[in-house]
Design a protein around this ligand. Structure first.
Ligand SMILES: NC(=O)c1ccc[n+]([C@@H]2O[C@H](COP(=O)([O-])OP(=O)(O)OC[C@H]3O[C@@H](n4cnc5c(N)ncnc54)[C@H](O)[C@@H]3O)[C@@H](O)[C@H]2O)c1
Length: 440
């Protein structure tokens, strides 16, 4: 099938490449001409494990093309996916200007039946708005389908190729058939394609992300209770996770959720609720807990140094909002760095993949070093902000030789408490006992 994907960011590039991988001919469109030039030159624009290999193969075999021209990109497409940004507007609601702007242009370009499938995360009722925007200029037949995307950055290719489920919101039989055919190779193991109406599909995405964010904030509060009561969150996590109704996944406490999705989607659902005169109390609490959690380590660091952070050298391991991605949108590490800098601390930071994105932020340029150990030279403390695999079993001897003080604030619980005690580190993590050297 011939496919177009409008918006070639994290979702668009993975979507386009994975559809090409199952034999479709895909044209990805973006307004960013530098991005398109790079992609056309065979350079991948995001870090996503496993993506580069299939991107290069499908490009070489002529199934994956890139253009800045919407008109050229959609001419032959049967299905046009919208993978455009939906950032928070001033009032917290999802800003639909990119989606509706493209819908408006599509209305001027369509000349035969096509499905417009919305992959962006959009509030309930957006499919109708997209339809209306197209209909302003195009009177022929077309369908607008809600097809929310559930991929996780870091494992996006796997998630896309083997989705837990595919949600398709449409009541058009013609669109159902086309979308069903397109997704058939991805659900051969029997994972469901769930057809529903557009509004339910749109809300499913927000409900999923909000539920997951709730799980995280809940565990972060349990972690606080553990700290105050002397319990160990790892034990509690294992204890509750073995109950099938709760499940083992997504129960890890940390320094708050970040990224381009959870914060904006939770906020947008709260706003949608307000618009229909409903006060979504749980989600408001989820947002508050997350706000506090993002800088929980800062208060602990301040306390450790008796509020005297001026001139203290703090090393930061991890800048991406989670491991295996270069994405730093809403990353807790950046909040921590900003707060520590305000207190006069000197920051030295390293991340395996996110450095280029951090370098693009002017005031962050100077803090970066090229490997995790160089960050530790003469530091007064280390903060672990992202649980990259390589931080889990470092060379502790080398660390000890480099650090001025053996002090670690671990926002991701990557080290074992017994090991920290044995090695003589001062070690604070989340929801677990603080290890103080030479104490019982
Ligand atoms: N990133 C994720 O993990 C993820 C997962 C599921 C859903 N989503 C949703 O998918 C949507 C896209 O997210 P993303 O992370 O891929 O965003 P992104 O910012 O990485 O990519 C968006 C792309 O759209 C391009 N663009 C903007 N206006 C355009 C226009 N008029 N024409 C063509 N291209 C245009 C931008 O240049 C950019 O390359 C959002 O609604 C997001 O909530 C994201």
């Amino acid at each position: 099938m011939k496919i177009a994907v409008v918006g070639t960011g994290y979702v668009g590039l993975v979507t386009g490449t994975c559809f090409a991988e199952t034999g479709n001919t895909v044209t990805c469109i973006d307004i960013d001409d530098k991005k398109i030039e790079k992609l056309n030159g065979g350079t991948i624009t995001i870090y996503e494990p496993g993506l580069e290999k299939i991107f290069l193969r499908n490009q070489r075999e002529g199934r994956l093309k890139f253009t800045t021209s919407l008109a050229e990109g959609i001419t032959e497409a049967k299905i046009i996916f919208l993978a455009l940004p939906t950032p928070p507007g001033g009032d917290g609601s999802a800003d639909l200007k990119y989606i509706l702007g493209v819908a408006d242009e599509l209305g001027k370009l369509l000349n035969d039946y096509k499905v417009i499938a919305d992959k962006s995360t959009v509030p309930v009722g957006t499919a109708e708005k997209v339809k209306a925007a197209i209909e302003k200029n195009y009177k022929g037949e077309f369908d607008v389908v809600s097809n929310p995307e559930f991929l996780r950055e870091g494992v996006a290719v796997d998630d896309f190729m083997r989705p837990d489920r595919v949600i398709i919101g449409t009541e058009s039989e013609k669109a159902k058939r086309l979308m069903g055919d397109l997704y058939a190779p991805f659900v051969r193991q029997g994972n469901p394609v769930i057809f529903m109406d557009e509004r339910s599909a749109e809300l499913t995405k927000y409900a999923a992300n909000s539920f997951l964010a709730t799980k995280i904030s809940f565990m972060n509060e349990i972690a606080r209770i553990c700290e105050l009561s002397g319990a160990d969150v790892d034990m509690v996590r294992k204890g509750i996770g073995s109950d099938e109704r709760i499940g083992k996944r997504f129960l890890f406490p940390g320094i708050g959720y970040g990224g381009s999705c959870f914060p904006k989607d939770v906020q947008a659902l709260v706003k949608t609720s307000e618009d229909i005169h409903y006060n979504f109390k749980i989600l408001k609490a989820v947002m508050n807990v997350n706000h506090d959690q993002k800088t929980v380590l800062v208060s602990r660091i301040k306390k450790y140094f008796n509020n005297k952070l001026e001139g203290k050298k703090i090393a930061i391991w991890g800048l991406a909002f989670k491991p295996n991605t270069d994405d730093i949108r809403e990353a807790p590490a950046l909040d921590i760095i900003n707060e520590l800098k305000k207190e006069g601390a000197v920051i030295v930071a390293f991340d395996p993949e996110a450095m280029n994105n951090v370098r693009a932020i002017k005031e962050m340029e100077t803090i970066l070093v090229d490997n995790q150990y160089n960050a530790l030279k003469d530091c007064d403390a280390l903060v672990i902000a992202t649980e990259w695999g390589e931080f889990r079993t470092p060379d502790f001897e080398k660390m000890t030789g480099l650090m001025k003080s053996k002090v670690i604030f671990d926002g991701r619980n990557v080290f074992d408490l017994g090991q920290m005690k044995e090695l003589g580190f001062y070690y604070e993590s989340i929801g677990r006992k603080t290890i103080v050297p030479n104490s019982e």
